[in-house]
Ligand binder design. Structure first.
Ligand SMILES: Nc1ncnc2c1ncn2[C@@H]1O[C@H](COP(=O)(O)OP(=O)(O)OP(=O)(O)O)[C@@H](O)[C@H]1O
Ligand SMILES: Cc1ncsc1CCO
Ligand SMILES: [Mg+2]
Length: 269
């Protein structure tokens, strides 16, 4: 069966099985992320106390780590949680918000990267920054070739950490060892709502909780959010209503809306 046919089945599985997604995420997006997870049918829990993160991982289907408003206490909680997820063979997502912005962020990302996240989702500049900071890319590339540079960076991260990488943006690119999948859905107004990338990472966590095929989990998540953004933008007058309308569309998207809007292409890597 083609991947397109499987994606809607994964969306239904999230709606029908309500995976519990443990989020250690930033202060800016906590509420919106929890509402987006509820809208797709998942069950969110936000928790970062060092005393409970391992127990929370134990009862969750997946873990999402987002370093948006990081500090030293949270960093230790993130490392504890990721180690526990690995020990229990549960999937976890790393969202490296602001990679490359400060040496502290890059150091924290390196520690988390050494635990081999199941999936890493960032925008092109974050994926390039991670690869550079961890010296997985040896030669610089023309800055005008931003997306191809990000794809090269992602390929090196996939090789070293065995992670599926998602580069989000105008085109979302999902890179695994043997496949590159491009999704051309979404709307430019989505960049004017804070934290939709964080929402994307959390939704990826939900799909990883119900789907063995990691690449398909990531593609399901990104296509669901991007198509929701595209449809919501049609009836939004600006970013404020878009933020609310996306949550509604995540909740009430039909199979017909999904399949008629999906713009997916698949290449061997
Ligand atoms: N120019 C664009 N056109 C269409 N869709 C877009 C565009 N830019 C981003 N998107 C969509 O917005 C969503 C979030 O991706 P984005 O790359 O903006 O994340 P981000 O940079 O990490 O955001 P944040 O840090 O605010 O969370 C994805 O679903 C993506 O497809
Ligand atoms: C604006 C902002 N600052 C830290 S995290 C965050 C949300 C987008 O990632
Ligand atoms: Mg981001």
């Amino acid at each position: 069966m083609s991947m397109e046919n499987n994606l809607w089945q994964h969306i239904l599985r999230v709606r029908n099985t309500s995976p519990l997604v443990h989020n250690i995420t930033n202060y800016v997006v906590m509420n919106n992320t929890a509402n987006s997870l509820l809208a797709i049918g998942a069950s969110p829990i936000m928790a970062h106390a060092q005393s409970e993160v391992e127990d929370m991982v134990n009862i969750s289907h997946s873990l999402v780590i987002n370093i948006g408003t990081l500090d030293e206490y949270w960093e230790d909680a993130m490392l504890l949680a990721a180690k526990k997820a690995n020990e229990l063979q549960k999937p976890w997502v790393l969202d490296p918000v602001g990679a490359g912005a400060t040496p502290y962020r890059d150091k924290a990302i390196s520690s988390l990267l050494s635990l081999n996240p199941t999936v890493i989702r960032g925008n092109a500049s974050e994926i390039i920054a991670i690869a550079k900071a961890n010296k997985t890319v040896t030669k610089g590339v023309d800055s005008t070739a931003m997306s191809s540079e990000a794809v090269e960076a992602a390929k090196s991260l996939t090789e070293i950490h065995n992670s599926v990488i998602c580069i989000s943006g105008e085109t979302d690119i999902v890179i695994s060892k043997d496949q590159i999948i491009c999704l051309k859905n979404g709307h430019p107004m989505m960049t004017k709502v804070t934290g939709l990338g964080c929402t994307a990472s959390a939704i990826i966590g939900a799909f990883l909780g119900v789907t063995e095929n990691k690449t398909e989990a990531v593609v399901s998540a990104m296509s669901l959010l991007s198509i929701a953004g595209e449809l919501a933008a049609e009836k939004s007058t600006g970013p404020g209503s878009l933020q609310v309308n996306i949550i509604d569309k995540l909740y009430n998207m039909t199979q017909d809306e999904f399949s008629t809007h999906l713009k997916l292409s698949d290449h061997a890597s």
